[in-house]
Design a binder for this molecule. Structure first.
Ligand code: NDP
Length: 449
């Protein structure tokens, strides 16, 4: 298993740390990819010669801007907006926008960097980018959200376009925010350019299955992994962290395939429902009323709520971390393995810390890294762009079949690359190597740019 640095890669990583001080999440994401690349440089010396790694780690463009807005009491607030256009070798920059108080350049760069390889794995013509703001949507009124989104887009619009850079949602950015941002883009540019942003509503250029895609896609990936050990989702006890977009549709697909999700969470704590989570209640609380997960107890008296609890202590066979980065550490991983967990599918980006990943790999359980397992979201965003370009809209069944096919292909690609590079079953290596080679070949063909 290749999870240490090759000697050729060490100085490259050291230089990246020096050039990007204080951006710890970005360092972590880069390190994780670079740890897989030693054998690639041996097989493809031209990548080293043309400094592909050094170029891939330097964003093509980084935009930071002021986002002023007024609240309902007329107080002025100033947030910071970001868009990191990381790599466009395969197509226009593509990646979501995150609104969360923890956002700073290092978070956006880690997400944008991961996005390059994730997008490459889908086989679709999209480059990698990411953006967002340190704005906290929690507790804001609808009109405050609207004014913020309009102000954000008033600067962002000049940098994006259907052939340039195509944002979407992420933490804190769902259908409502996409609507306000698309509306402002349309107003400023006087263009109905539907393909400029994805995650749109179904009546105005959105795609069926986009909302469900990240969660469904993750479950499809785990289903494929389980097949390799003659197992299935049916009858398995599962836990899914978070209770946002990705979590909700992960739970939905697990239940459809006969698994049982017994716990989910938000940033205040987790709920445990032995009989299986009632998804209609979670949807009502989170998608409609925007309330906290502890209010689940109002509807399901037999469930338990553990304030500030650690969801990974709940015994399960399958775990789906779907909230945020570094939410699952080495201790949690050890606990999961001890309690009989056989597979992990990461819905979130980089939810497992490096020592957690090591625990899973050493225990030999199936572990799907986010950049492969959660690629269904961006893949279906690209299907949305295709429908926009052809002024068409596809049925749910047709689109879901395409998503399922894409996830199976990503699974097989990662599986085969891991074998080819001497580390069977190592999906981390498989995903990194397969994604990197596709981008690197395109960069090589386009010369030193
Ligand atoms: P949402 O905003 O819809 O939901 C996020 C969920 O995670 C909420 O339940 C939230 O709880 C919880 N959460 C967020 N931050 C933290 C934190 N710091 N600590 C604990 N819990 C937290 O976001 P998404 O579901 O869209 O995104 C979840 C993850 O999936 C992210 O890592 C994102 O990058 C990744 N992802 C999303 C895709 C998509 O299509 N949406 C595509 C690919 C990856 P609370 O409400 O209390 O904050």
């Amino acid at each position: 298993m290749s999870n240490s640095f090759d000697e050729k890669v060490t100085p490259i990583y050291q230089e990246i740390i020096k050039r990007n001080p204080g951006e710890t999440e970005f360092h972590q994401a880069v390190r994780e990819v670079l740890e897989s690349l030693g054998p690639v440089l041996v097989k493809y010396p031209e990548f080293a010669h043309h400094k592909i790694i050094q170029r891939i780690c330097e964003p093509e463009r980084q935009i930071i801007f002021r986002v002023p807005w007024t609240d309902d009491k007329n107080n002025v607030h100033i947030n910071r907006g970001f868009r990191v256009e990381f790599n466009s070798a395969l197509g226009p920059y593509k990646g979501g926008l995150r609104f969360h108080p923890s956002v700073y350049l290092g978070i956006i760069k880690f997400l944008g960097f991961e996005q390059i390889f994730k997008n490459a794995l889908t086989g679709l013509p999209i480059g990698g980018g990411k953006g967002g703001s340190d704005f906290d949507p929690k507790g804001k009124s609808d009109s405050e959200i609207m004014r913020f989104c309009q102000s954000f887009m008033t600067e962002l619009y000049r940098h994006i376009g259907e052939h340039t850079d195509v944002p979407a949602g992420d933490i804190g950015v769902g259908g409502r925010e996409i609507g306000y941002m698309f509306g402002q883009y349309k107003r400023i540019t006087n263009r109905y350019e539907a393909g400029v942003i994805t995650g749109k509503g179904l009546d105005w250029g959105g795609s069926l299955v986009r909302k469900e895609a990240t969660g469904y896609g993750n479950v499809f990936f785990v289903k494929e992994m389980l097949k390799t050990i003659n197992e299935s989702i049916e009858g398995k006890t599962c836990i899914v962290s978070g209770s946002g977009n990705v979590s909700i549709y992960t739970i939905e697909k697990i239940h459809e395939l006969g698994g049982k999700v017994v716990a989910c969470s938000d940033s205040n704590g987790y709920i445990y429902d032995k009989a299986g989570i009632d998804l209609q209640v979670v949807k009502q609380l989170k998608e409609v009323e925007r309330r906290r997960i502890k209010d689940y107890l109002e509807y399901r008296g037999d469930a338990r709520y553990i304030e500030k609890g650690n969801i990974w202590e709940v015994p399960c066979q399958l775990a789906f971390p779907s909230a945020t980065q570094n939410e699952l550490n080495g201790k949690d991983a050890t606990l999961l393995v001890k309690n009989g967990c056989i597979a992990i599918g990461e819905g979130a980006n980089m939810p497992t810390t490096p020592d957690g990943v090591k625990v899973f790999q050493e225990a030999g359980i199936l572990y799907a890294p986010g950049k492969a397992a959660n690629a269904g979201g961006v893949a279906t965003s690209t299907l949305e762009m295709m429908q926009n370009a052809s002024r068409d809209s596809w049925s749910f069944e047709f689109t879901e079949n395409k998503l399922s096919e894409i996830m199976t292909n990503i699974h097989n690609l990662c599986y085969e690359k891991a074998e080819e590079f001497g580390s069977p079953g190592n999906y981390v290596l498989g995903a990194n190597v397969a994604g990197f080679i596709r981008v690197a070949n395109a960069m090589l063909a386009m010369g030193v740019i």
